[in-house]
Design a protein around this ligand. Structure first.
Ligand SMILES: Cc1cc2nc3c(=O)[nH]c(=O)nc-3n(C[C@H](O)[C@H](O)[C@H](O)COP(=O)(O)O)c2cc1C
Length: 204
């Protein structure tokens, strides 16, 4: 079975983290390892009425952020990689600097040193130069910088539509295909919108 690590930090948008796990559960072929920061638990409480036990129940294994001896802190524990969603500026900066004082930054650092994929769903705006420099550093060392920027060409109608589209594309990064949102040009996707666009665009 393949494994994926999900890190949830205290940036707003905790829904991205647990929606990813719901999608992985529906796909049914991935072992989910969850680690949430202390701030993530606070933000979750502020943003949603969802029971924290429900969030935990979506993972096959829940690791405490303070447990730097957890399985996911070692490169010998194999995984496809890790998604940190949402990722705060604090955790993003820690990962960029190699400051591995908690399990989220340690697991992320390990994933990169092992040449596995790290997706960083940075959630902050606007960004100052310090943020951009740290993001550039992270990109240089191999992370995928994935701000959860909504698409509109698929005509989202609900907040869930917007979240699902971003989460679907995060999982695409790992070759995990869950079709929870319309895909451009595919049958059952946004073909109709695409066709409409063709009739709007001037021929080249
Ligand atoms: C409701 C709420 C929303 C927040 N949103 C953000 C955010 O979007 N981005 C961010 O970088 N920090 C945000 N923060 C601040 C982080 O939670 C804070 O910097 C925290 O120390 C991050 O720690 P962590 O990375 O260990 O979770 C928010 C805090 C609260 C309470």
């Amino acid at each position: 079975m393949k494994r994926l690590i999900i890190g949830i930090t205290g940036a707003t948008g905790s829904i991205y983290g647990w929606r990813l796990m719901e999608m992985l559960r529906s796909e049914g072929d991935t072992e989910i390892h969850l680690v949430m920061s202390k701030s993530a638990k606070l933000t979750l409480k502020m943003e949603h009425d969802v029971d924290p036990d429900y969030i935990d129940s979506l993972a096959h294994e829940v690791h405490q952020a303070s447990n730097i001896g957890a399985t996911i802190s070692s490169g010998s524990f194999h995984s496809l990689g890790m998604i940190v969603a949402p990722c705060s500026v604090k955790t993003m900066s820690n990962i960029a600097m190699g400051n591995t004082g908690d399990l989220i930054s340690r697991a992320a650092d390990v994933v990169m040193k092992e040449g596995r994929k790290l997706v960083v769903t940075i959630r902050e705006t606007p960004l100052h130069l310090g943020h951009l420099e740290n993001l550039t550093k992270l990109s240089r060392i191999g992370a995928v910088i994935f701000p959860p920027v909504p698409a509109f060409y698929n005509r989202p109608k609900t907040l869930e539509d917007i979240v699902d589209q971003s989460c679907m594309r995060m999982l695409d990064q790992f070759g995990i295909h869950v079709d929870t949102a319309p895909r451009w040009g595919e049958v059952g996707g946004v073909q109709a919108v695409g066709q409409k666009l063709e009739s709007i665009l001037e021929p080249a």
